[in-house]
Design a protein around this ligand. Structure first.
Ligand code: ADP
Ligand code: ADP
Length: 234
């Protein structure tokens, strides 16, 4: 079953093509790894999947990305709603400058999730294998955590609003090997409940965690301003 059906997706920045003609189905409850050299458009394409690329001035997306039967880029689709269902985790852990508890509670409060907030927070932290590490210091500032813990907190924060899909943009590049391993284990544990798309430079990581690998390429001999990323194999 597909979660995203991408059809002829082009991405432009200020009218210039950056990524061209991406056509690919991405499957539900699988981990898809996006691989390729720097500048081939992996992050750009990833951001298109939850309409986060709209936030970049001058960015334009053409083509269709069908998600649950609807084109994410249809006129009546609200990008804010899209982002609620399709969460994102970035390269650099970016917790809010707040307590561990508040980092998790913030999203569910905004989307008006029903239920006991303490339970929501506990469940999200458990899903990210973080509960045992932090249950006695939920009121501490998140910046006191290690980098790997901060990244797991960001994953817990993304999962707290019960998204359908988790997009991860090089989530381990800023982490040490042990923390990287824990995040990879975590991805494998949660992929049955979520569909995951991960951008990575790390072939070993792609081989270890992903069910499918999508290779992007870019013509490096073209002048820097004429490079266009393409999906070559999926
Ligand atoms: P990758 O993630 O594979 O390194 P990116 O998606 O970051 O590739 O970049 C793909 C292309 O789009 C590059 O040529 C890059 O310079 C361009 N690009 C990325 N982000 C922006 C932006 N915010 N504004 C203009 N061009 C951008
Ligand atoms: P990555 O390769 O990990 O995607 P980059 O170093 O290419 O990271 O890009 C880092 C940030 O700079 C991203 O937010 C990207 O959108 C932005 N960026 C990349 N290329 C350009 C560009 N040509 N003009 C403006 N912003 C860019």
């Amino acid at each position: 079953e597909t979660i995203f059906d991408c059809r002829n997706v082009d991405v432009l920045y200020s009218g210039k093509l950056a990524v061209a003609e991406v056509t690919a189905p991405l499957m539900k409850r699988e981990i898809t790894a996006l691989i390729g050299p720097s500048g081939c458009g992996k992050s750009t394409f990833l951001r298109c999947l939850n309409r986060m690329n709209d936030l970049i001035p001058g960015a334009e997306v053409r083509g269709e990305i069908i998600y649950h039967g609807q084109d994410l880029y249809a006129k009546d689709v609200d990008p804010v709603q899209v982002r609620k269902h399709i969460g994102m985790v970035f390269q650099k852990p970016n917790p809010f400058p707040k307590s561990i508890y508040e980092n998790i509670a913030f999203g569910p409060r905004i989307v008006g999730m029903k239920g006991d907030m303490d339970e929501i927070v506990e469940n999200a932290l458990k899903r990210a294998s973080l509960w045992d590490d932090v249950k006695d210091r939920l009121k501490d500032n998140a910046f006191g955590m290690s980098g790997g813990q901060q990244q797991r907190l960001c994953i817990a924060r993304a999962l707290a609003v019960e998204p359908d899909v988790l997009l991860m943009d090089e989530p381990c590049s800023a982490l040490d090997p042990i923390s990287t391993n824990r995040i990879e284990d975590l991805m494998l544990e949660i992929k049955e409940q979520y569909s995951i798309v991960i951008v990575t430079h790390n072939m070993q990581q792609a081989a270890r965690v992903s069910d499918k690998t999508a290779f992007f390429t870019v013509d490096l001999s073209a002048g820097e301003s004429n490079r266009v990323g393409r999906l070559v194999e999926h």
